[in-house]
Write a new protein. Structure first.
Length: 178
């Protein structure tokens, strides 16, 4: 055992062992903070509604509408976060048996396919949001306009589509050649 004040230099500088420093305001952090805040608001809303409903026999007015809107926002905001981290749910029954050299190209092709599907979904959500906005659709109790929520969901889907394509290509370009 070496003494604590050893004069020997460590084998690797400590800075090389630390994770790479990232900006406080990178996209992943912003999405995580926004999602956490919205999830906390959703939990608080549910607690207040349940206590009001069962303890005071006075449910929170519009709680179900707010819950639905917050859930939609959380789910669709999570799509770019999942695409950015390349953590979509996958089933790899066959792909694990493919040779290693084909894996990067396979990931890019899957990213292209996923992006195409997400663009189609985003486009349909956008069209539907425009229809809702056209007739002034809103929630029943609180009269919150629904079109902005639809546009938000469509925008998040488009960002998810972009990231589904860019992230695998980025990994392909940045990966060291064998």
């Amino acid at each position: 055992m070496k003494p604590a004040s050893s004069i020997h230099a460590p084998e690797a500088p400590a800075a090389e062992m630390l994770p790479e420093r990232r900006s406080v305001f990178d996209l992943r952090t912003v999405l995580a903070i926004l999602g956490g805040v919205m999830l906390t608001v959703l939990m608080g809303l549910t607690v207040v509604d349940v206590i009001g409903r069962y303890v005071f026999n006075a449910p929170l007015k519009g709680a179900s509408e707010m819950t639905e809107l917050l859930l939609a926002a959380i789910i669709f905001m999570g799509l770019p976060a999942v695409s950015l981290a390349d953590q979509h749910v996958t089933v790899d029954l066959v792909t694990d048996k493919l040779p290693n050299w084909i894996q990067p190209a396979r990931k890019v092709l899957i990213g292209l396919f996923s992006a195409a599907i997400l663009v189609l979904v985003g486009w349909r959500i956008w069209v539907y949001a425009a229809q809702i906005g056209g007739y002034g659709g809103s929630t029943t109790t609180l009269h919150i306009p629904l079109a902005p929520v639809g546009y938000f969901c469509a925008a998040c889907t488009f960002v998810g589509a972009f990231l589904s394509l860019v992230v695998p290509v980025w990994h392909l370009v940045r990966s060291p050649k064998d």
